[in-house]
Design a protein around this ligand. Sequence first.
Ligand SMILES: NC(=O)c1ccc[n+]([C@@H]2O[C@H](COP(=O)([O-])OP(=O)(O)OC[C@H]3O[C@@H](n4cnc5c(N)ncnc54)[C@H](O)[C@@H]3O)[C@@H](O)[C@H]2O)c1
Length: 384
Amino acid sequence: MKKKELRIGLIGCGFMGRTHSNAYNRVKNFFPDLEYQPKLQAVCSRNEEKVKSFADQWGYASYETDWKTLISRDDIDAVDICTPNNMHAEIAIAAAKAGKMVLCEKPIARNLEEAQLMVDEIAKANVRNTVWYNYRRLPAVTLAKKIVDSGKLGKIFHYRSNFLQDWTINENLPQGGRAFWRMDAEAAGSGVTGDLLAHCIDTAMWLNGGIMDVSAMTETFVKQRVHEDTGKLQDVKIDDACIFHCHFENGSLGLFESSRYARGHKALFTLEINGEKGSLKWDLHDLNRLEYFDNSDESIIRGWRSIHVTDGDQPYMDKWWVPGLSIGYEHSFVHQAADFLKSLESNDVCAPTFKDALETQKVCESVIDSAVDKEWKNTNVEWT
Ligand SMILES: NC(=O)c1ccc[n+]([C@@H]2O[C@H](COP(=O)([O-])OP(=O)(O)OC[C@H]3O[C@@H](n4cnc5c(N)ncnc54)[C@H](O)[C@@H]3O)[C@@H](O)[C@H]2O)c1
């Protein structure tokens, strides 16, 4: 069967630019049955030398140094946004208005107002869209969803999730500029809340339903850092650490923590769900494994099962190697690219959509507001 092409225009060639480019390349080899295949049509970044070399390295047919030019091109079907957060809204809205499909990195925006505007414009333009909350598509996390949905855990009482790092402890690190935009509230919107907890929140609501209200505290441990753009010592306005608890719509309690000051932890994303009949836990550092406790097991052998999620009948794994062989972080992006292509074939949405990501943004904003005002906040989340 002759394949249909989805001509990709990718903007931003840093960390995520690489994971997405890898995904588009790999999906052709490992999901050969899809009706649509991506064509790496153009990549955009501001520095010509760098973007040219990126295009050569990853196989893009052309490059641009101005994202507006990329969006105006007739030979681009889908715009993929891999830039810092402050660029997402402008690019996504312009791409939607130009009738392009929009794929966007998380968090979709710096704040709720921007996110709402993006969702409204995407709806008006009626273009296909998805947001790269990629962790949903690690096979062990997808299996967790299947187990929860099957009812095997029974009524859920607790949901717990952490995302811990330690890379900003050095007080001499600057804020802003190309390398440290995450430390600059103007570029990032928030600190760990939008950068890390957004992942925990998206996965939590996907697995356990809407988060209704939150009570949070945040801390900025280093109060001033030199700004790369001005060379001056300026106040740090992002949250370095955040802890919040919440109620889910299903009556369960949630507890979340994130920090970039958790010495020894590089990217420790964990989740645990405790239900009446069983529990699940997962850890990004051992990402192929899902721990499952089934209370209906015979008592003398009852205990936590460690499921190595690598068998052909487990999510996505029939596409890879043979049972027992692991896959990695990058495969979650390959799976999302495959699911997006599949959604074109099935004429379905590819979740999480911008609308879904807006709900995550509502929780992030409520968390920040709660920490500032020192009171519980309703999220007004509508999760279906
Ligand atoms: N899904 C995930 O697990 C995950 C992980 C990391 C980052 N992210 C998200 O991905 C996005 C990018 O993060 P990153 O780590 O790749 O950042 P990065 O700093 O590594 O890369 C950003 C890229 O955007 C380019 N850029 C900046 N302004 C631009 C402009 N005006 N025009 C064209 N290009 C421009 C930069 O040159 C750079 O190539 C962020 O929104 C971040 O939150 C998601």
